[in-house]
Design a protein around this ligand. Structure first.
Ligand SMILES: Cc1cc2nc3c(=O)[nH]c(=O)nc-3n(C[C@H](O)[C@H](O)[C@H](O)COP(=O)(O)OP(=O)(O)OC[C@H]3O[C@@H](n4cnc5c(N)ncnc54)[C@H](O)[C@@H]3O)c2cc1C
Length: 469
């Protein structure tokens, strides 16, 4: 076996990872999302040296990405700098880098800035958009997993409007003004509702020359109902609200192909649209290097009740990328922020306990319910104990929960101020084309993966968990 040394990148020998040697166990964490951030907060900095890698220098609050994409919030209010979040942590090092490969036989990871050894590895790399093997869609539609993608979508929506005022050709206008959102989970429902609100409250003021009756928003869902992971009541009310807002909901239909101009549905119908938004599924974002038998259909890392990867002693996975199979969750826990946070916390507390000679506790999910917002005063919430909320109450509860979950007082304040302003004025403040979206080379359509990563993440099958969002 060849020796893997910690080294600098060959093309930039003057730069290296620069983590000091330590007598404490070195924990390497990949990913500063919900799971990773909670893990850092809960791990004792007296007992471990903790090194976090993330390809971005910020934590993304994904549940509000759709508001950035539809000009409701600035990106800065839903992203928090990772160095700032953990500036009071000792023995903590952050490195902005892409982790390309895990080499478990040598307790080492390979990154875009060099290699480094670990004593304990925690993988919290989240999930990525699942196109179910339809490569053509990757190039032409808009996913929503990252801030740059949300900004691209915002630019595209506004550029469509700016172009639409320049033509009398109704066929061209149709393509510019029509939106097709694929996937009737919370993300698809929230996006469709939010675009419908732009049409209703914002665009009539901004584009009085346009006949907005010609603007159509379609929500296409493969199953017979919306919000499949939520209660029957939530599904029905979401459908009712969307229809009231003028969204055309197409159930039992899947998108077969898209050429950038026309969306072809499997049932034979077609929709002219320049903007196809893909919210139909996600799959685990697995870094290559782990044994195949350690993975669930190649798309999530199989873990035991302590989040330990099944094939390894010192590798753990938390959050979206981890598949912890239980009696109740046969495909693993749903890909949700509270699951990731709770797993991050439990794992950190177990590692702290281990140092003190205490036994590990298995992970137990505390499910506090789920919510989806459709529009102004329109939301649904399934609460513990079978309680159901809808309308203004659910909408207010949704806002409160999201503000509380946001990281940092500044973000909470800005988001709240934006929402109050929008509520009172029916306005949205961020209708800016700062970075014009350029087709066909959509740089953020899907972050290019290293070859090995791409080979490792085929179109995974849709599971109950992956279809949850
Ligand atoms: C649009 C949208 C809306 C959502 N809404 C909700 C909601 O309302 N409620 C809810 O509970 N959940 C929601 N979710 C799901 C929720 O965001 C995820 O379940 C949660 O983010 C999972 O946390 P995580 O730590 O596993 O991964 P993430 O939060 O995705 O974090 C993964 C991190 O790993 C980094 N990373 C990945 N690969 C690498 C690599 N190779 N090298 C270096 N860094 C890497 C990424 O940059 C990222 O920072 C939503 C998701 C999306 C996309």
């Amino acid at each position: 076996m060849s020796e893997i040394r910690e080294f600098s990148t060959p093309d930039t020998p003057e730069f290296s990872i620069r983590i000091p040697d330590t007598s404490k166990p070195r924990v390497i964490l990949i990913g500063g999302g919900f799971g990773g951030a909670q893990f850092v907060k809960s791990l004792s900095d007296r007992d471990f040296q903790l090194v976090m890698f993330d390809r971005h220098n910020y934590h993304t609050f994904q549940p509000l990405l759709y508001q950035v994409a539809t000009a409701g919030l600035e990106p800065d209010s839903i992203a928090a700098p990772l160095r700032k979040i953990f500036d009071n942590k000792k023995n903590f090092y952050f490195r902005m880098a892409l982790v390309n490969k895990i080499v478990p036989e040598q307790n080492c990871i390979q990154t875009s800035i060099g290699n480094i050894r670990y004593d304990i590895l925690v993988i919290s790399t989240g999930s990525r958009t699942n196109y179910f093997g339809n490569d053509e869609l990757i190039k032409k539609c808009f996913p929503l997993k990252q801030v740059p993608q949300a900004l691209d979508m915002r630019s595209q929506i506004l550029q469509n409007m700016e172009k639409a005022v320049l033509t009398n050709d109704l066929r061209i206008q149709e393509g510019l003004l029509n939106y097709v959102v694929v996937g009737g989970g919370p993300t698809g429902v929230e996006l469709a509702g939010s675009i419908a609100e732009l049409k209703r409250h914002i665009f009539p003021k901004d584009y009085p020359e346009l006949d907005l009756k010609r603007m159509n928003i379609y929500l296409v869902e493969g199953s017979p109902k919306l919000l499949g992971a939520m209660s029957e009541k939530s599904s029905k009310w979401a459908l009712k609200y969307l229809q009231e807002m003028g969204v055309t909901v197409v159930l039992n239909s899947v998108v077969q192909s898209y050429d950038g101009e026309t969306v072809y549905l499997k049932n034979g119908s077609t929709i002219r649209s320049k903007t196809l938004i893909w919210a139909a599924g996600v799959k685990g974002n697995v870094v290559p290097g782990l044994k195949e038998e350690c993975l669930q259909k190649g798309s999530r890392i199989l873990v035991d009740e302590f989040n330990r990867a099944t094939c390894y002693e010192n590798i753990y996975a938390i959050g979206d990328v981890a598949a912890m199979i239980t009696e109740q969750y046969k495909q693993g826990y749903p890909m949700l922020a509270p699951v990731a946070k709770q797993q991050g916390e439990r794992l950190a507390l177990n590692l702290n306990d281990q140092v003190r000679g205490r036994n590990w506790k298995p992970f137990k999910y505390n499910d506090r319910g789920s919510m989806a917002t459709i529009g102004r005063n329109k939301a649904v919430a399934d609460l513990p104990g079978g309680f159901f909320l809808k309308g203004f109450l659910a909408w207010a509860a949704w806002m409160l929960v999201h503000v509380l979950f946001l990281i940092g007082f500044r973000s909470k304040l800005i988001v709240m101020a934006n929402w109050i302003w929008s509520y009172l004025t029916y306005d949205k403040g961020t209708r800016l084309i700062i970075r014009p979206y350029v087709k066909p080379n959509n740089p953020a359509a899907e972050e290019p993966l290293p070859k090995e990563v791409a080979a490792h993440t085929p179109g995974a099958e849709k599971t109950a968990a992956t279809s949850a969002r």
